[in-house]
Design a binder for this molecule. Structure first.
Ligand SMILES: [Zn+2]
Length: 420
């Protein structure tokens, strides 16, 4: 029989440790079977039970406390039941710290013509072998219980952007019914299920969905369906609508969002958890994160530089290698390039999350945010708009060939559609 998720656990799943007096920013502690996680936190993405190019020990060295994996991808290959037979996801991938699994809703709904949704669930074809599959909320919980992550997401209906208000209303209502079914389907006491708030770019819908999700006995909440093509101001506005309606004692996870500037802006609005493929994906394309913005290591200006990516960065890459060497590796397409770049970008994001947390604990969050944003140059809005148009044009002319095509338009290189 299912374990009541509303049961008071001792100690609690989440504790708010400090609240910024001027914004909604807060610092907290998440407790899971595989250890604690300090928040705000950035979660590296390991879609296929691996954060591309790096080992679990290297992830720890980067400061990773919790990583993400994906139910859709693992259910298709190697199969969730097989992972369970092999000892569960932690054992299978050699990672003994907390894991969060996404439900796969985002991937399934990105299949375009390959899927059909009803109230019962969503029918789709595998992007690997075309096999006909059917996900229901109950089936997804079963898959996630086999995988055994510490934090799990229910199946939700994810719309593309733009969407009509009516479509967003139908999807939010369905997501809510599926959330209730997911709660009823859980049987493991050592996993925590989050409720996902949808509602598109419509404030009223977001508020309604948030209120109804908050009334359900979840221990945490996700904000889904953002960073899919809307502008940043709209994304921020939706977060601002939703957060005050969620119970303050539950953690808030902004799904698929986490560029450096997004961390500061999300935390200021009360978000505790972030994940995005961006730092690892752009790393493999030679885009390295610095406190001034992204650096393109392929640029010939770096060909003879003896400097590290960033002065003072404690990562393995910056401690040992020059920009000139990294430039050479990328130009020569040597495999080490992707790993060294990934190590730096992950360390950058994890150190940034730690810096944000420290500023909240020290009572100087706003000043720290202003200081960071004053020197950090986000990807140019013009470039972002061009990417968005290109992405939308692709979606209009052909449905994605596979769920791995489910990339977000603000990632710098849309041609690297590898899923994470
Ligand atoms: Zn570094």
């Amino acid at each position: 029989m299912s374990v009541s998720l509303s049961a008071v656990s001792d100690p609690p799943f989440f504790t708010v440790q400090a609240q910024d007096p001027h914004t909604a920013a807060r610092a907290g502690l998440l407790r899971t079977t595989h250890g604690s996680v300090t928040t705000p936190i950035f979660m590296p993405v390991g879609t296929q039970a691996t954060v591309k190019t790096v080992t679990p020990d290297e992830l720890k060295e980067c400061g990773a406390q919790i990583i993400l994996s994906n139910t859709y991808h693992l259910a298709l290959r190697p199969g969730a039941e097989r992972v369970a037979e092999l000892g569960g996801l932690h054992t299978f991938m050699g990672w003994d710290r907390p894991i969060l699994t996404d439900s796969g809703g985002f991937q399934v709904f990105s299949l375009g013509h390959l899927r059909r949704v009803t109230d019962e669930g969503v029918a789709f074809r595998s992007h690997i072998d075309g096999a006909a599959l059917f996900f229901t909320p109950e089936r997804v919980i079963q898959l996630e219980e086999w995988l055994g992550a510490d934090i799990i997401m229910p199946l939700d209906e994810c719309l593309g952007f733009p969407m009509t208000e009516q479509a967003a209303r139908v999807a939010a209502a369905r997501t809510l019914r599926w959330a209730e079914r997911s709660l009823a389907a859980t049987t493991r006491a050592d996993q925590t299920l989050f409720g996902i708030v949808q509602g598109g770019v419509y404030p009223q819908l977001r508020r309604e969905c948030a209120r109804e999700m908050a009334a359900l006995p979840f221990l945490g909440h996700s904000i889904g369906g953002l960073s899919i093509g809307e502008d940043k101001a709209t994304m921020h506005a939706m977060i601002t609508e939703v957060v005050p309606l969620l119970p303050p004692e539950r953690p808030r996870y902004l799904m698929g969002v986490g560029a450096p500037e997004d961390l500061w802006e999300g935390v200021a609005r009360g978000v505790d958890m972030f994940d995005v493929v961006l730092p690892t994906r752009i790393a493999r394309n030679g885009a390295l994160l610095t406190r001034r913005g992204r650096l393109n290591i392929r640029n010939s200006m770096h060909a003879s530089s003896r400097a590290p990516i960033e002065q003072g960065c404690p990562c393995y890459t910056c401690q040992r290698f020059t920009l000139a060497y990294l430039h050479h590796l990328f130009r020569a397409e040597e495999l080490l390039a992707y790993r060294l770049a990934t190590l730096h970008n992950l360390r950058f994001m994890l150190d940034l999350a730690a810096e944000i947390r420290a500023s909240i604990l020290a009572g100087c969050f706003s000043a720290a945010r202003d200081e960071f944003l004053a020197s950090y140059r986000p990807t140019d809005q013009g470039v972002r708009d061009q990417q968005k148009e290109k992405w939308l044009a692709r979606r209009a002319t052909r449905p994605p060939a596979s769920a791995s095509d489910a990339t977000r338009p603000d990632d710098q290189e849309l041609d690297d559609r590898t899923g994470d």
